[in-house]
Design a protein around this ligand. Structure first.
Ligand SMILES: Nc1ncnc2c1ncn2[C@@H]1O[C@H](COP(=O)(O)OP(=O)(O)OP(=O)(O)O)[C@@H](O)[C@H]1O
Ligand SMILES: [Mg+2]
Length: 234
């Protein structure tokens, strides 16, 4: 059985696709097999993968699939998912009914948020869906919020300071200690350059690699139950 991780925030542009590309690249580097599922009708992940193909940059150990309906997603999990160590699901930046079926098969939902009210609200709405699905299916999907596109000026904003109390104390979910910073390489890899881990190591890339490594270590401890708690069904 693969470990299943989904990036979900119904408010678009929070960095879901980018986070999954980086996480997938890290697992592939460790020699693990990763199936990426692009269920977003805009198919950004599929386009990235096809651009990587055209430029000879497809990472070894990764495969990308594009089921767009609940039925096609179910068929993937029934017939293909088991050959992978990890299945990572990229979802649309809008609320959609197929999300329930994804969460029911997922071990960990990550909601990326840029420090904007809209996206923090989107992450809390996602947590509520995870709670509802856990209750309905008797599942134990975990949930965590990942701060993304962090810059120095952002760190001085009131919303940035409020994220922890809102997410941890008020909403009662996990907040990743690792923050994803605003970095050019995260934009660059979208144009078919392969994964972060395939880029020649410069000081800037090394920082991005360390950040991604820290994120994946946190994900691993969440998946193993060492950190955070599963989202209560109630
Ligand atoms: N940490 C980052 N640093 C710099 N650019 C970033 C970062 N994260 C995302 N981006 C850029 O922001 C844009 C949106 O990111 P991404 O596609 O990952 O978000 P998304 O949540 O998947 O969006 P959508 O909901 O539209 O699918 C992309 O152009 C990406 O290159
Ligand atoms: Mg996306």
């Amino acid at each position: 059985m693969p470990a299943v991780i989904a990036a979900i925030n119904g408010k678009g542009g929070a960095g879901k696709t980018t986070a999954l590309m980086n996480i997938a690249g890290e697992y592939a580097l460790r020699g693990r097999s990763v199936g990426l599922l692009d269920i977003d009708p805009r198919s950004n992940l599929m386009k990235w993968w096809s651009d990587c193909h055209d430029k000879g940059n497809q990472a070894e150990g990764l495969d990308v699939f594009g089921p767009k309906t609940g039925k096609a997603i179910a068929a993937f999990f029934e017939s293909k998912a088991n050959v992978f160590d990890y299945v990572l699901v990229d979802t649309p930046g809008e609320d959609t009914s197929i999300i329930d079926g994804v969460i029911a098969r997922t071990d960990l939902v990550i909601s990326p948020v840029q420090p904007s009210k809209r996206e923090v609200v989107g992450a809390i709405e996602c947590l509520e869906v995870v709670r509802r699905v856990n209750k309905t299916y008797g599942a134990a999907c975990r949930h965590g919020v990942l701060k993304t596109r962090i810059t120095l000026p952002v760190c001085h904003t009131e919303l940035y300071r409020k994220i922890r109390p809102i997410i941890v104390e008020h909403a009662g979910t996990y907040l990743f200690k690792t923050e994803v910073h605003e970095r050019n390489v995260y934009k660059d890899i979208h144009s078919g350059l392969g994964t972060l881990q395939m880029q020649a190591v410069t000081p800037a890339i090394a920082k991005a690699r360390r950040e991604t490594l820290a994120l994946v270590e946190e994900i691993d401890s969440l998946l193993s139950g060492e950190e955070g708690s599963s989202v209560e069904a109630g």
